[in-house]
Design a binder for this molecule. Sequence first.
Ligand code: CP
Length: 337
Amino acid sequence: MQFAGSHILSVQQFERGDVERIFSVADRMAPYAHRRRITKVLDGAILGSMFFEPSTRTRVSFGSAFNLLGGEVRETTGFENSAIAKGESLYDTARVLSGYSDVIVMRHPAEGSVREFAAASRVPVMNGGDGSNEHPSQALLDLYTIQSEMAASGRSIDQLRIAMVGDLRYGRTVHSLCKLLCLFSGVQVVLVSPRELRMPAEIVEALCNTGHQVLESDALEESIAHVDIVYSTRIQEERFSSQEEADLYRGRFRLNQSIYTHNCEPNTVIMHPLPRDSRDHARELDDDLNDNPNLAIFRQTDNGVLVRMALFALILDVVKQVDAHARDVNWYTAGRF
Ligand code: CP
């Protein structure tokens, strides 16, 4: 694809070569993301960051990625702080905000809303999550993490064995990740969920149509026995009609150190898009896994900055200029990465 000036709305706009290009640019962002070098390649550029649903990682890492490339961030969080609360349309909001920004990232609770916003925007728009639909930058950082974790033990994304566990109906990260996996070959996917929260049929069909092996299950322990990755997800309580309905499913599939030790292969990697629900009645990924070296959840969050920097560099067409606008940092930075 032509990255310069493009919106990033769905992983379905990518071919495998595009994903490999993003990952290769992400690798080059490491000195900047790891605070060894500073670049001012986006000096003067403005990111409009609009999050109409709660977010920690996506909002802050998109902002940090833009700052690390030398740009500035203008944030709107919550409908209550936007003129949308006074009845302004997405069309008008997009026309206005795109006059103030060079690129926009947006999260919104309604499926398709970011695409509608992008159609009216005068600058590129990136989907930070639209309802249950998609979360493309999360899927890219997840796949980048999978590639890196697999490479460390001589494995690859092709022929990957992955179990996705939890709320597969409303979890937009697993929707986008499955669609990205369709670009690779020979993947075995075990989908572990309550019957009511199964992966949408069209996504299962897309995996099967691209030659992948898909197994659906509602039993955690047997499903994680022979996989490279266990990708756990939170019950997406904000998509349910009541907390009571979400409570029917919370805590159904808990992975802790004991279950991991008794069921998983020794080098099975544990992932989660986060936030994990650490309340007692949930705990889909128990805190007692925190010292497990195969717990990759914070490597995922660190990788989010690299991948989002890469997306900005590609969309704003500055990849070749990043190093020319760089210098070493002034401060002590050892030990964080
Ligand atoms: N993974 C993710 O989207 O996290 P946030 O909701 O904190 O952005």
